[in-house]
Design a protein around this ligand. Structure first.
Ligand SMILES: [Zn+2]
Length: 233
C-alpha cells in the first residue's frame, strides 16, 4: 500500500469561497479510511476515522452523514502508522507539536497523525452552514467555539509542509472526535492528561482538480496563505 495523501481539491479554492464541489463522500472513501475536511456549504467539520465519516456541527454535536453528500475539500489516506509514543503528562497542544516536530524524519514530508487520550480540557470549533459564496476568512467570524473538560477521544489529521500551502492546510491540522463519537470539531487547543500518538510519513500526493464552473473560472494564482492562516488556525 502506498503512503499517499489524497486531496479532493486545492485548499486555495476553498479559501477563495468555493464552498461547493461535486465530489461525494463515497468517492473520497476510495482514497482512504482516515482524514479530515469539510462539507458542501461548510456544513460542519469532517473527520474520517476507521472508514466512517462524522459531521461535526456548529453546536459541537457529531452525526454520521449520508455518503451521497458533497465536499469542497477533504484530505484522506490509508492510515498505517509506523511510529508511536506516549504524550507528556499534562502537556499542552504546543508541547505536543514540539515533540512531534522533533521526532519526525524531515519537514519536507507529510505526516498523518492520530492522538488518543484523555483531555483535561480541549477547545474546538466548527462552522454553521453558509447559504452563499463567501471567502473563508469572512466565514471564520461565524465560527462557533466550544470547550470540553475531562473528556476522552481522538484527534485525527495531518502535518503538512508550508510549501504546499496552496494545496493543503500547512502545519498541524487536527479534528477532534470524542470517544463516544457524539462531539467534536476543528482543534484549537488542549491540555492532555495522558495519551498516545501515532505517526505515518506520507511521501506521495494525489490531487484532484474539480471541473465545476466555479472552479474552472477561479483565479487561484493569488497567494492566500494569510487568509488561510486566519481561517484554519
Ligand atoms: Zn479543520
Amino acid at each position: 500500500m502506498t503512503n499517499s495523501l489524497y486531496v479532493s481539491s486545492p485548499v486555495n479554492a476553498l479559501v477563495q469561497g468555493i464552498l461547493r464541489e461535486d465530489k461525494t463522500l463515497q468517492q473520497v472513501l476510495e482514497h482512504g479510511n482516515f482524514g479530515l475536511g469539510t462539507f458542501n456549504d461548510l456544513d460542519g467539520e469532517m473527520v474520517l476515522v476507521d472508514g466512517i465519516f462524522y459531521q461535526l456541527r456548529s453546536d459541537g454535536s457529531a452525526l454520521i452523514p449520508d455518503l451521497n453528500i458533497g465536499t469542497p475539500y477533504a484530505c484522506v489516506t490509508h492510515f498505517s502508522p509506523v511510529q508511536s509514543f506516549d504524550t507528556l503528562k499534562d502537556g499542552t497542544y504546543l508541547d505536543l507539536q514540539q515533540v512531534i516536530i522533533e521526532s519526525i524524519l524531515s519537514n519536507n514530508l507529510i505526516y498523518a497523525i492520530r492522538i488518543e487520550g484523555t483531555f483535561t480540557r480541549i477547545r474546538a470549533r466548527s462552522v454553521p452552514k453558509q447559504d452563499a459564496y463567501r471567502p473563508l476568512v469572512n466565514v471564520a467570524n461565524d465560527q462557533k467555539e466550544f470547550e470540553y473538560e475531562h473528556i476522552s477521544g481522538q484527534l485525527v489529521g495531518f502535518w503538512t509542509p508550508d510549501f504546499m500551502h496552496s494545496i493543503s492546510v500547512p502545519g498541524f491540522h487536527l479534528h477532534f472526535l470524542s470517544a463516544d463519537k457524539s462531539h467534536g470539531g476543528h482543534l484549537l487547543d488542549f491540555v492532555i492528561k495522558a495519551g498516545k500518538v501515532w505517526l505515518q510519513p506520507l511521501d506521495q500526493l494525489s490531487l484532484d482538480l474539480p471541473h465545476t464552473i466555479e472552479y474552472l473560472n477561479a483565479n487561484l494564482e493569488k497567494d492566500n496563505s494569510e487568509d488561510l492562516n486566519k481561517a484554519e488556525h
